[in-house]
Write a protein that binds this ligand. Sequence first.
Ligand SMILES: Nc1ncnc2c1ncn2[C@@H]1O[C@H](COP(=O)(O)OP(=O)(O)OP(=O)(O)O)[C@@H](O)[C@H]1O
Length: 628
Amino acid sequence: MDFADHVKEIERVGQGSNTGRDAIVVESWRRCLDTYQLDPAQAREAVIVSQTRLREHRQQAEDLVHIARSGLERLYRQVAEQNYVLLLSDRQGVTVEFLGDPSFNNNLRKAGLYLGSEWAEPRAGTCAVGACIATGEALTIHQTDHFDITHTPLSCTAAPIYDTQGTLAAVLDISLLSSPILKASQNMARHLVSSTVRRIELANLMASSRHDLVLRFAGAPEFLDVDPEAAISVDGAGRITGMTHGGARLLAASRGLDWRRPELLIAQPVTDFFEAGLDELASLTRASLPQNRRIAVRDGSTLYAHAIEPQQRTVSVPVARPSRQQPAMSSLGGNVPAVDELRRKVTKLASSRLPILIQGETGTGKEYLARIVHTVSGLSGRFVAVNCAAIPEQLIESELFGHAPGAFTGALAKGRKGLVEEAQGGTLFLDEIGDMPYAAQSRLLRVLAEGEVLPVGGSVPRRVDFRVLSASHRSLVDMVAGGAFREDLYYRLNAAVLTLPPLCEREDLPWLLEQLLEKHGTEGRPLRLSGAARLLLLHYAWPGNIRELDNAIAFAAALCDDGLVEVTDLPDQLSGMSAILGEDSHQADLRAVLLTCKGNVSEAARRLGIDRTTLHRRMRRLGIDRPH
Ligand SMILES: Nc1ncnc2c1ncn2[C@@H]1O[C@H](COP(=O)(O)OP(=O)(O)OP(=O)(O)O)[C@@H](O)[C@H]1O
């Protein structure tokens, strides 16, 4: 379909004709024409917000992104081979998290599939994120369903993420730059996105309901403990305090209410919706088999339920908030030779103020190490981290070096300091330095060589004094050879090199695991692992390195009962492995305990808190022999 036909079709729909599009598309086109007064004949470039606004949006979405990350990364791994990119946008439609193949960066950025792109309907016209925000439904906006001709090559599928109070909090989207003609090709994508959202909402509800009883529901007992469809939280007085979107729909359906009106559900007595008292609901714990945990809903249907007791906590700490403290040298790793060697190097280099290039795959802890270097160096200024890949190309110079008064139309009249000056007396950490555009590389080189920064549009340089650390997961040497990275800048940045190994090579994995169990536990009470969960965590290949491990533990912390992480609380890519091990989790748990006790049944029974006869009976039932 060419441009003129596309505009004509939108105009016909605006005049009330039916052109065979889905109702959801027709309604969005009408909103674009009537409410936002957009002109289909005028193509608009994708809008990318400034780095400063992006930072604000990301900060607001931080908790959610942290909880969502494990789900996002898993989804991305499932779809990346088909060339999908993944966006998480906040409720204003601003992309706050992005996962995509960096080799397509330029095309993706142009298409608006990037960090900071703004996808609200009034800005971008009909698109999946915008229509999802407007309707609250999961949907696909395929090619010419888009209002704006700029976006018609794309096929985008999005699902809303609701917070525990039933308000739309974010949108998860997967998009293709080019796609098969048929819209039906995206049905699987919708299914994948929706199930990821379900798990993210469940993790979010678990993380925010530590004092409340959580009830999870499924239509079939087999899925209850592994992939519940809905969940709600209930306080000690039996009132509903939170819900996943599935939970909202379930509650609303049980009384013939509208799920879009969460105020009719939140704070209502749970007994209004189920044929059961609070005590009865609270008794539906894992102590009884899933098939015995049936519960009658007020609309006459039957569900299976799983009650998770509130966790006893004295201080309320949001479990999902990442620590903002500067890590100390001791937190670099366990006492193994490779880490000791790294520690020795860091101690020597930290006080020298030499520029250090930190190398390592993504998620190996490059920024974490940079923070340690900053702590150890004792510099009095701030640690300022800049992700060069996240700043749109046209803004990178003004973000880094600031701009002089009136340098841009619409820019602040007073001018603004850049991030380089914010690092005055401290450390500037340039992450993904390989993504810095060539022109900005030249300016950075001048700053480093002369100790002066010249703001964009300015004529008077200002003196700066800071330590520069940089990192890249790409090989800068190759980039220099290919002419994409300035050789002279490369030599300025890598006066010294620190290399972080991938997680699968780290001998201190058990130590790291303990740190993260402590980090994601409640105050003074680290998370605990079942034997099988520990085995899986120690044997998994960890393609995503420490970040993936960190996310997996954050995810498990949100899902687990009473601080004990079992196999079913781990992200799917791990819990799936238990089938590979060929054992159910009880069997693997017992086996692990027996192994650690070197087959001593009395000791194993003591650790499990049961007597020896019971342990022998369980071993017989599960077909386990004593290890020799
Ligand atoms: N030694 C460590 N101990 C505990 N947590 C760590 C350690 N190293 C890294 N982490 C955690 O792992 C996660 C990833 O670390 P970081 O962001 O530093 O990785 P990165 O290599 O900079 O990633 P990217 O290449 O994507 O920028 C963070 O949540 C960080 O807190």
